[in-house]
Write a protein that binds this ligand. Structure first.
Ligand code: INR
Length: 257
């Protein structure tokens, strides 16, 4: 840890903090993601173990690089590549640049390139959103970050027991919102599509406040799925609950843009 000098805080997560830091011997600027285990003896959260093992394997110019892992007794520290901004901040602080068609095209190409690589490595990111896409301002380079929610394709998953964060709601695919047990690479493609739309219209595409409102918003724009458009959807239990709300959308105070 003495090898690094912390310069500023750049982000907070449930796990701990991300700092901008300076590596004393090489003068490199890096990001330090510190993970404090909640209870001294609880050990390292499993999401962090997964994140480290996934990042270690990945080698792509559009995926943030893990440079080192420092293991102090109480704190685990991931040394990661430093980037100026995340896409959310880039969209607000450099709106004029971020809304240019050429910039959008380049950012989306890089996002999809990084994502195609993840999927070819049999990995789902599962939490793509502007805050998890890092930007190098001067070169307009985009890299995928935060693999804390990532999972291998095909490993059975529990969708509703993990306490998902509200911010991710806007980018969540309908099959996840409905609690479907079988899902795959399309969940990331959905999120990428939401990011694409947000770049173009300069506001979030589907900004529901709860899972329920989010689903209703999707259906009100995309139409309600049925067995023909989405085989199997009618056997998803949450879908049946939504269906019982049919014709009562006005109760939810939806803004239809
Ligand atoms: C910045 C972030 C700059 N750099 C937010 C940010 C605002 C401005 O999250 C970040 C990171 C960075 C970052 O430079 N390198 C990394 C975040 C993450 C990994 S992670 C690496 O995994 O999303 O927390």
């Amino acid at each position: 840890m003495e090898k690094y000098e912390i310069l500023e805080t750049i982000g907070h997560g449930s796990f701990g903090c991300v700092y901008k830091a300076h590596k004393r011997d090489t003068n490199e600027i890096v990001a330090l993601k510190m993970i404090y285990s909640i209870d001294g003896d609880e050990g390292v959260p499993s999401s962090v173990i997964r994140e480290v093992s996934y990042l270690k394997e990945m080698d792509h110019s559009n995926i943030v690089r893990l440079l080192d892992v420092l293991d102090d007794e109480k704190i685990l520290c991931l040394v990661l590549e430093y980037m100026d901004l995340d896409l959310k901040k880039f969209m607000t602080t450099s709106a004029d640049i971020a809304k240019k068609n050429q910039v959008i095209k380049s950012l989306m190409h890089q996002l999809l390139d990084g994502l195609a690589y993840c999927h070819s490595e049999k990995l789902l990111h599962r939490d793509l959103k502007p805050q998890n896409l890092l930007i190098d301002c001067s070169k307009h380079i985009l890299k995928l970050a935060d693999f804390g929610s990532a999972r291998e394709i095909g490993v059975p998953l529990q969708t509703y027991t993990e306490g998902e964060k509200v911010a991710s709601l806007w980018y969540k695919a309908p099959e996840l919102l409905l609690g479907g047990q079988k899902y795959s690479t399309p969940v990331d493609i959905w999120s990428a599509g939401c990011v694409f739309a947000e770049l173009v219209i300069q506001q979030p595409l589907f900004d529901g406040a709860t899972d329920f409102v989010q689903v209703i918003k999707l259906f009100s724009v995309m139409g309600k799925p049925n067995e023909e458009t989405w085989p199997g959807v009618t056997s998803i239990i949450f879908f049946l609950i939504i269906k019982s709300w049919e014709g009562r959308e006005e109760n939810l105070n939806l803004q239809k843009n």
